[in-house]
Design a binder for this molecule. Sequence first.
Ligand code: BGP
Length: 459
Amino acid sequence: MLIFPKDFVWGSSTSGPQTEGRVPGDGKGDNLWDYWYQVEPNRYYNGIGPDKTSTFYENWEKDIELLLETGHTAFRTSIQWSRIFPQGRGEVNPQGVAFYRQVFEAIKAKGIRLLVNLYHFDLPFALQEDGDGWENKATIKAYEDYARFCFENYGDLVDQWITFNEPIVPVEFGYFYDAHYPHKVDAKAAVKVAYHTQLASTLAVKACHEVLPDSKIGIVLNLTPAYPRSQHPADVKAARIADLFQAQSFLDPSVLGTYPEELVEILSEHDLLPEYTAEELELIRENTVDFLGVNYYQPLRVMAPRFAKHPDSPLLPEHFYEPYVMPGRKINPHRGWEIYEQGIYHIAQNIKENYGNIEWMLTENGMGVEGEDKFRENGMIRDDYRIDFVKGHLRELHRAIEDGANCKGYLIWTFIDCWSWLNSYKNRYGLVELDLETQERRLKKSGHWFKELSDNNGF
Ligand code: BGP
């Protein structure tokens, strides 16, 4: 049996925009997803948008009971900025403020450790419309004010704060690619947005330490190492650059307080450096995070680019590295993602060796399954594949902890099937099944198993 350290926490992660839904008169403002759904519903899988999601706004009491039934000792969700400040700044929505207070109180009353993230891809639309969103430094100030408001209002309830979830994702999908709003395909804007997001995170860390000196604040990053196709120097170089772009761009400034020189050189070579001041760099240096959240689903495998860049085409990451699909890889056939459990161990080693062995938690790991209904037997989804997936990753995590990793918990994605950006409800990840028609919640086999896992502190 693999037993985890005493005080190791077990639970799940989710986010406000993916679970809460909206009800008429709730006072919430539109975020980027709400707006985009109004103008281009076809972008969303099966046309299902962010308006209903998993109705947590109405069913939160029931869902918090389910947290206990599935063995949660910790839970991470996010506050929707647009529920507190419908326009991103200025007027506050008192119903939104009261909603989170009730929810957080109920979670704490159950003795569950509460991690609250301030931003999960959900910029209030008004800030995009009025000022180009994250391209504008005014958004950094608006975010800092919002963060401060949250620290002041919920500081007595939240155990650990998080500034951003996977901040590289909106940079990549919203500014390099045509995949998240505002889908710009503009490298210069992408780099600027990344830098401004980092500054916002830094200022939230500073504000948290000022308002709540005893509290801990971190950032959640998707930290797969970049594995090269081969040891050919071109592949190795591609992996090195992928690592700089995908991981170190936020990891280094957040944990070490500095940007990697090599990244700065590459950006400068391509005339992509954003405007910055010495004071800003000093702020980044002085306000590093207290802990890291690590999301890990699949490894990033890359190879050297196959083609030279067309002189007139926009600069994309493909200019530096391309995704590599390894023949014979182990795969989750229901989602198409590779399964590579050792990735967890490599992440842990990297944090230990290069990032001062900072405290961290595995904040997302899980198995998305399309068409999960076919695994139903006698009314229950028998998701043995999910149990095996989690066990495989936990073995590697356990090995890493034995070798000194400073990991404090495991949060699965996610406790109840939730809405996921453009994929909507295509891939189901929950320990609990959500019936979209009736909104009924039913434990899957993994939900019962997770309770045992948590009760035994291992398996
Ligand atoms: C992560 C996000 C989550 C969630 C998950 C699953 O990157 O932080 O919000 O969406 O991916 O993604 P998908 O449903 O596309 O498989």
